[in-house]
Design a protein around this ligand. Structure first.
Ligand SMILES: [Zn+2]
Length: 152
């Protein structure tokens, strides 16, 4: 009787998908809050905690935040936005590469992931391989350039 129940699993997945948008929104809020406090700290010193009254969603502030974001944060924010978009389009939780379902356990840890574990691993292997290739090519180019300069 303690067999894995596919219906139960489906139900758990549905439940999770219902919460996923809220979870992602919250992550986004946390991230921008963190960034905003950094922006505030750097541009105007200590500002009175105006909380929600400080909510000027202007382009200028977005630019400022963008400027101050490091790549990792920008990537994460982008990934969160994309995940929210996928929830709207009902493609959330589906692996972009193999179009299989992303494991629920993985989604819980990485709610903004676009790939299943298997494809993620492949992807990392591939980008490592490309990087190595790139480095080799860069090295070769360097050697070639030296050679050409000497020849002329
Ligand atoms: Zn996959």
């Amino acid at each position: 009787m303690a067999k894995a129940d596919p219906d139960k699993e489906k139900k758990q997945r549905r439940e999770f998908l219902k919460q996923a948008a809220d979870m992602l929104e919250e992550m986004k809020r946390d991230l921008s809050k963190e960034m905003q406090s950094r922006v505030k700290g750097e541009t105007e010193g200590v500002k009175d905690e105006g909380r929600d009254t400080y909510d000027l969603a202007s382009d200028e502030r977005d630019r400022e935040i963008n400027f101050i974001l490091n790549d990792r944060e920008r990537e994460k924010l982008l990934a969160i936005d994309e995940a929210l978009q996928r929830i709207k389009e009902k493609t959330y939780g589906i692996c972009e590469t193999c179009e299989g379902e992303i494991q629920l356990g993985r989604l819980k840890i990485l709610p903004f992931t676009r790939l299943c574990v298997k494809c993620q691993e492949e992807n990392e292997k591939e980008s490592k391989r490309l990087k190595t290739l790139d480095e080799e090519r860069g090295y070769r180019r360097l050697v070639l350039t030296d050679f050409e300069e000497e020849g002329s």
